[in-house]
Ligand binder design. Structure first.
Ligand code: HPA
Length: 274
């Protein structure tokens, strides 16, 4: 809590902006920040105690501003467990955005498709998740200021938010699949045997983020929505070896649709705010 308080104090010295909705931008989505009427940007590197993102293509800053008059905070670049950070560090930004005022959280990511009906370029709304292959971000002393010791996780992804996103997709003619996301540790892509196991366990798509952030957010009382961009077929589903390049290229190609969906769904979801 001490680090979190220090981060909060620093950001509050930079801006008194109170975001209601937080959005984590995954691979290829960074430019969504251009849609925001920006009030203030805060670089992660300037925040004392804040972990730094090390992945190429991830910018590493908070963008505070308005999206169609709704006060939002965007994370341009997230912190990944595979970078070597503890789970506490990985979810620190989520908790910080909560303390800054955000009540709703949109998590976006790039993911490999496991279920056969998923194709590269598809957008998938998360209906559930499997996080059993990475440690829980709640291990360690409980932060009572944020939430309870043993939080319920029977509905991590908020059904009302999901309905808003589905309706927006329909209206904008954007095909939207649904499915279960599994967080793997990374940074290596999975083996075909692991993918077969994940499929048997009920996973539709696999990635290296998001599930731990969703847990921290639910713990802290946020309503969470998750959307994956399927950037590739998971290992062994197709014959081609996986590459970060392929993931980035597909994410960039799908970015326009992803932007359009977020641009309508985020302001619409403001109706759910208390
Ligand atoms: N596996 C894990 N993470 C990913 C993948 C994948 O196939 N694609 C994009 N992120």
């Amino acid at each position: 809590m001490q680090t979190l308080t220090k981060c909060l104090e620093y950001v509050r010295k930079q801006t008194d902006f109170v975001p209601k909705i937080a959005i984590v931008l995954g691979s290829g989505l960074g430019s969504f920040a251009d849609e925001v009427e920006t009030e203030k940007c805060v670089d992660y590197a300037d925040i004392p105690g804040f972990p730094k993102s090390t992945v190429a293509g991830h910018k590493g800053r908070f963008v505070f501003g308005f999206l169609r008059n709704v006060p939002v905070v965007l994370m341009q670049g997230r912190i990944h467990y595979y970078e070597g950070y503890t789970m506490h560090e990985v979810v620190l930004p989520i908790r910080l955005m909560r303390l800054l005022g955000a009540e709703i959280l949109f998590l976006t990511n790039a993911a490999g498709g496991i279920r056969e009906t998923l194709r590269p370029g598809d957008l998938m709304l998360l209906t559930g998740q499997i996080s059993s292959f990475v440690p829980s971000p709640l291990v360690g002393p409980n932060l009572d200021e944020l939430g309870v010791r043993f939080p319920d996780m029977s509905q991590i992804y908020d059904p009302s938010l999901a309905s808003v996103v589905s309706a927006c997709a329909k209206q904008a003619n954007i095909p939207l699949k649904t499915g279960v996301y599994l967080q793997a540790c990374g940074p290596n892509y999975e083996s075909p045997e692991e993918i077969r196991m994940f499929g048997l366990l009920g996973a539709d798509a696999v990635g290296m983020s998001t599930a731990c952030e969703a847990i921290a957010a639910v713990h802290a009382g946020m309503r969470v929505c998750g959307i994956s961009c399927i950037t590739n077929l998971a290992a062994g589903i197709s014959d081609t070896p996986l590459s970060h390049r392929e993931v980035q290229d597909t994410a960039n190609r799908a970015a326009q649709q992803f932007h359009a969906l977020l641009l309508s769904a985020v302001p619409e979801s403001a109706a759910l705010l208390q």
